[in-house]
Each structure stands twice: as structure tokens, then as C-alpha cells.
Design a protein around this ligand. Structure first.
Ligand SMILES: Nc1ncnc2c1ncn2[C@@H]1O[C@H](COP(=O)(O)OP(=O)(O)OP(=O)(O)O)[C@@H](O)[C@H]1O
Ligand SMILES: [Mg+2]
Length: 235
């Protein structure tokens, strides 16, 4: 579904990604893990189009994604739940969800989507009239995920949904992602620093270090890998 080949990108003269290749099949749950500054957010920015790569290809289905203007990419079915949530603080929960539903598919599927979003993330139903800026961090993260889902995506990209959250809240979010994937068949691409949880949640993983993919495999292979165990799992 999403094929990234030899991608290089960075900021002005600072190269960050260096020949990254990643493949996500339809229906797969793929995690990209790696330390601070590895380039995980940079990778997501090139997929959603905030950043133009200096080399490489990205195809989404049969479409050459780099030829699609960034503003059109959500309409193809790519939802980017950004690092740090970035909900609209002065809009209500419901209005934030409506902003997510601006895509054609999101408009058509609104009624059904909102029902399912409220089922998966019930706190959003309870707080639908509350201003997003007054939600807790965990609630804002759930809203950011709900807003992504409201666009009726084919691919849901999540940039560190657990960031700054209590372990129990992060665990709830990971569990709901598994549930969402199971019930919707959605393809999910997750970036995480919580490596143990991410590799438990996803079925395939990539380890990104200093802008390069250094390891790849299914979750069991990665969790059993000595380098992963030492560097990321504290074993
Ligand atoms: N707007 C920017 N301008 C210049 N350099 C940047 C910019 N954004 C990120 N960088 C640099 O690019 C590198 C990769 O950053 P990136 O945000 O992609 O890392 P990350 O893997 O997402 O890290 P984290 O886990 O901390 O979120 C870092 O060295 C960072 O300082
Ligand atoms: Mg990041």
C-alpha cells in the first residue's frame, strides 16, 4: 500500500534521512521505533508532504505520492496524527472531529465514523462539547486519533501517541489501536519511542537510527533480536 524507496530528506543543509526504504502492506500494523532525533517525525513529514525529500520515491497504492500536492494527500486516504497531538484548542471536541472529516470520504462516512469513534474512544462522546484546550493530555491524544479517523483514512499514521502520557493511559491507547485495526481493517503506521509496547502492538517493525533503517522484521523477530533487547528493551 505504502512503499518508500531510498528516501533522503532533511532541513536546509542538514540531512536527516539517508536512503530509507519501508514497505507497508494493506491491513498491516507497522511500527517504526528509534531514539530521539533518529528522523521518525521527519519521515512522517515527508509522507504527508510538509517536507520535500531530496531523493527517493513514495508510492501509495499506484500513485506517485510525491507528485500529489500535500493538501490533496488526506483525500487519498492518508491521515497523519502529528507528534504533540496539535488539536485545535479553542474548538470543541466535536468541532475538532468535524475538521478531520473535511475529506470527501470523511464527509460521506461522517455518521458511521462518528459512531465508531465514540465506541473506540468513549471519552470523546462524554466531552463532545468541551474545548479541546481544556482536555487532559491523554484525552487530547484520543481526540487527535479520532480526528484522524474522521477523515475515513486507508492509512492512519501516528507519531508517538504515547508521548508524555502515564503508562496506563498509553496502554489504553495501544489497546484501542489494536481494537480499531481489528474492527476496521485499517492500515496503521506507528512511530514510537516506547519500543516494547510498539513491538507488542504492531505486527512488523523497523528500527530507525540516525536516519537509516538498521533492522527490520516481524514483531517476534525484533523482540528476540539481541541488539533490540540491549538497546531498547533493557535486557
Ligand atoms: N524544523 C527543523 N529544522 C532543523 N532541524 C530539524 C527540524 N526538525 C527536526 N530537525 C532535526 O532533525 C533530526 C531528526 O528529527 P526528528 O524530529 O525527525 O526526530 P524523531 O526521530 O522524531 O525524534 P523524537 O523521538 O525526539 O521525536 C534531529 O536532529 C532534529 O534536531
Ligand atoms: Mg519525533
Amino acid at each position: 500500500m505504502l512503499r518508500i524507496e531510498g528516501l533522503s530528506a532533511g532541513y536546509s543543509s542538514k540531512p536527516v534521512l539517508n536512503g530509507v526504504s519501508i514497505n507497508v502492506e494493506a491491513g498491516q500494523f507497522v511500527a517504526i521505533v528509534g531514539p530521539n532525533g533518529a528522523g521518525k517525525t521527519t519521515l512522517f513529514k515527508t509522507i504527508s508532504g510538509i517536507l520535500r525529500p531530496s531523493a527517493g520515491r513514495i508510492t501509495f497504492g499506484d500513485i506517485d505520492l510525491l507528485a500529489v500536492p500535500p493538501a490533496r494527500r488526506p483525500h487519498l486516504g492518508i491521515a497523519h496524527v502529528p507528534e504533540g497531538r496539535q488539536v485545535f484548542p479553542s474548538l470543541t471536541v466535536m468541532e475538532n472531529l468535524e475538521m478531520g472529516a473535511m475529506t470527501e470520504a470523511g464527509q460521506r462516512g461522517w455518521k458511521q465514523n462518528i459512531e465508531r469513534i465514540f465506541e473506540w474512544l468513549p471519552v470523546l462522546a462524554e466531552r463532545r462539547g468541551q474545548f479541546a484546550g481544556t482536555l487532559s493530555g491523554g484525552q487530547q491524544q484520543m481526540l487527535a486519533i479520532g480526528r484522524g479517523l474522521a477523515s475515513s483514512p486507508k492509512l492512519l499514521m501516528l507519531d508517538e501517541p504515547s508521548m508524555g502520557l502515564a503508562p496506563s493511559t498509553a496502554d489504553f491507547i495501544f489497546e484501542q489501536l489494536i481494537q480499531i485495526r481489528r474492527q476496521s481493517g485499517l492500515t496503521i503506521l506507528l512511530v514510537e519511542q516506547r519500543v516494547a509496547e510498539a513491538l507488542e502492538t504492531a505486527d512488523h517493525g523497523y528500527v530507525l537510527e540516525a536516519g537509516r533503517v538498521v533492522l527490520e522484521g516481524n514483531n517476534e523477530t525484533l523482540r528476540a533480536d539481541d541488539r533490540v533487547r540491549k538497546a531498547y528493551l533493557g535486557m
